[in-house]
Design a binder for this molecule. Structure first.
Ligand SMILES: Cc1cc2nc3c(=O)[nH]c(=O)nc-3n(C[C@H](O)[C@H](O)[C@H](O)COP(=O)(O)OP(=O)(O)OC[C@H]3O[C@@H](n4cnc5c(N)ncnc54)[C@H](O)[C@@H]3O)c2cc1C
Ligand code: SF4
Length: 526
């Protein structure tokens, strides 16, 4: 997909830089074309190389950026777009922008507030230095995307060590009047239906196939390879499936509401080998690059429920809306309340290397083989796969959270640091010591067996605990709790685990610890 026609750099009073995750055509920047405003968009190595990204992620970004640029040019906006084969693509983004300020003669530089701390720091530096150095003003506009400001969550939890998502979520429901009855109470009588939403997929039940676009991206794929961008994962370049325009994103939203919402909540935690999407929406990429606004996604689901509660029950509608109105905004608030320190938190001081099979899927542990294999094939895994399969294993095995973050930041189509690190380092690895979660999300093989079929075809035995072929999760679960007793014992939500441990005969405890040690010594070859 080529980007012609491109407008060229031209004299302009205002130079605007638009990032690849700021593709909101309804932003006030695009209200009407202005002759003295030039917007710059860049495909650059600074952004392709800060993590080893999945090939579908890089393609999705560039496709979405190019489509967005073309649409704005067609509307009459002046836009200068630098493709990855441009010599400037290897230079730091701010250096290129600085040169463009000189070339265009602009006196005013504007950006939209970035979602990542590293870019925010770059922009703030320019804000402080460019007025003197270059004689230009440098200012930051809101992205007009989120339902909260960067600081709303910190204000809501002022003075608290732990941030209870449920309390934030209820505040958001009230503030935005979502799923409330006329008296301001939660529709259906409950704020949260999570307990109803944990079903296993019934035998023989196959969810609908995901809607995929089947776009031919062979030319862009070749451009990436020629430019030397290193990626991970697989792609079928002649059949690219992700939505990359607002129109396609709206179509995916509609498919979700009409076809998937009725069962979203029921099976949102299920594990299966028959579908890589279950009833999940796959809207995270479209929302994270701002082609879709969270408000319109929430409104579409609430409206459908109000119009036809027999199509989607309150359990399904609330379960979905909570993810966006609650979790998504909450994670963003945690990010801005705790960065940059958050990126270095390591509550358990975990320091093991991530096994290399996380990058290939070549392990005998069927649940991990499946979740990682699917991730490499589609750049996607649903929440429970991320949390209770890969994340669970990394935490029990004591992997350095920085290595875990690098993996999650690279492999998922929707991974951007603000929502990746809070979910990974926080929710999944408990490396923040409990800012996000009230306790570590860990389990033995019991959970995996309860939620899906993986254990049935695994080389390890899910019921065995200490034997050579025992499921590694079983001994690691106890090993993790035993080695971290000082840090966890006082947590009231974990007391039961230690009571069970203390009731075990010492020989059994020792056998579990020995098996755990053996698993940890052999992580690379599981
Ligand atoms: C270890 C780990 C890492 C994660 N990394 C990311 C990430 O990099 N980017 C990302 O967008 N999400 C991340 N998540 C959250 C969640 O797994 C994904 O948002 C979801 O799987 C995306 O698929 P979907 O659009 O089909 O989601 P659905 O299940 O259909 O949910 C709908 C929407 O709710 C939002 N949502 C759901 N759960 C969360 C959550 N915990 N935090 C924030 N938003 C949420 C997403 O926008 C999602 O699109 C992570 C979760 C874990 C446990
Ligand atoms: S037996 Fe253990 S490793 Fe195998 S699939 Fe089940 S939980 Fe995973």
């Amino acid at each position: 997909m080529s980007i012609a026609p491109l407008t060229q750099p031209k004299p302009a009073k205002t130079l605007r830089l638009l990032l690849g995750d700021q593709l909101n055509p309804r932003h006030s920047w695009w209200n009407e074309p202005q002759d003295d405003v030039l917007t710059v968009m860049m495909e650059c190595r600074q952004e392709t190389d800060y993590a080893r990204h999945h090939v579908q992620k890089v393609l999705a970004y560039f496709l979405a950026m190019r489509s967005f640029a073309r649409e704005r040019i067609e509307e009459g906006h002046h836009l200068h777009y630098l493709t990855i084969d441009n010599p400037d693509a290897t230079r730091p983004m701010m250096d290129v922008l600085r040169d463009l300020v000189g070339e265009s003669g602009a006196t005013d530089v504007r950006v939209q507030a970035p979602d990542e701390w590293r870019l925010d720091a770059l922009f703030r530096e320019a804000m402080n230095t460019w007025p003197d150095e270059l004689g230009v003003s440098f200012s930051m506009d809101d992205t007009e995307h989120f339902l909260t400001s960067r600081t709303d969550l910190a204000t809501h939890f002022e003075g608290k060590k732990q941030y209870l998502m449920e309390s934030f979520y209820r505040m958001m429901r009230k503030r935005h009047d979502v799923l409330l009855d006329a008296s301001g109470q939660p529709e259906g009588g409950k704020w949260n239906y999570d307990a109803n939403n944990r079903k296993k997929l019934p035998k023989g039940h196959v969810p609908p196939a995901p809607y995929l676009w089947g776009r031919d991206v062979t030319i862009l794929h070749a451009e990436l390879i020629n430019a030397g961008v290193e990626t991970v994962g697989q792609v079928q370049p002649e059949r690219f499936g992700w939505p990359v325009t607002r129109e396609e994103s709206l179509a995916l939203l509609n498919i979700f509401v009409e076809e998937l919402l009725p069962r979203f909540g029921d099976f949102q935690d299920a594990l299966t080998e028959d579908s890589w999407t279950l009833y999940h929406s796959r809207l995270s990429f479209a929302m994270n690059v701002k082609m879709l606004n969270p408000k319109e996604v929430i409104a579409a689901v609430e409206q459908k429920w109000r119009e036809d509660p027999t199509h989607a029950s309150i359990e399904q509608a609330e379960g979905f809306i909570r993810q966006i109105l609650g979790w998504r905004e909450y994670m963003r608030g945690v990010y801005w309340a705790h960065m940059p320190e958050y990126a270095g938190l390591n509550f358990f001081q975990h320091d093991r290397k991530l096994p290399s099979w996380f990058w290939t899927g070549k392990t005998g542990m069927r649940c991990l083989q499946h979740a990682i294999g699917q991730t490499l094939e589609h750049a996607y895994a649903h929440h429970i796969q991320r949390l209770m399969v890969t994340g669970n294993f990394a935490l029990l095995a004591g992997i350095d959270p920085t290595e875990v973050d690098e993996w999650y930041l690279g492999v998922y189509i929707d991974a951007i640091e603000w929502v990746e690190i809070t979910n990974t380092r926080g929710m999944s690895q408990f490396a923040d010591g409990g800012i996000v979660g009230t306790k570590p999300y860990v389990s033995s093989a019991n959970y995996m067996h309860k939620m899906g079929p993986h254990c049935n075809s695994c080389k390890y035995k899910r019921q065995a605990k200490t034997e050579d072929d025992a499921c590694p999760f079983n001994s690691l679960y106890w090993h993790f709790h035993a080695r971290n007793r000082d840090l966890l014992e006082r947590n009231p939500r974990i007391g039961m685990v230690y009571r069970t441990w203390d009731k075990m005969p010492p020989t059994k405890q020792q056998a579990l610890l020995d098996r755990g040690d053996a698993v940890l010594a052999n992580l690379e070859h599981l």
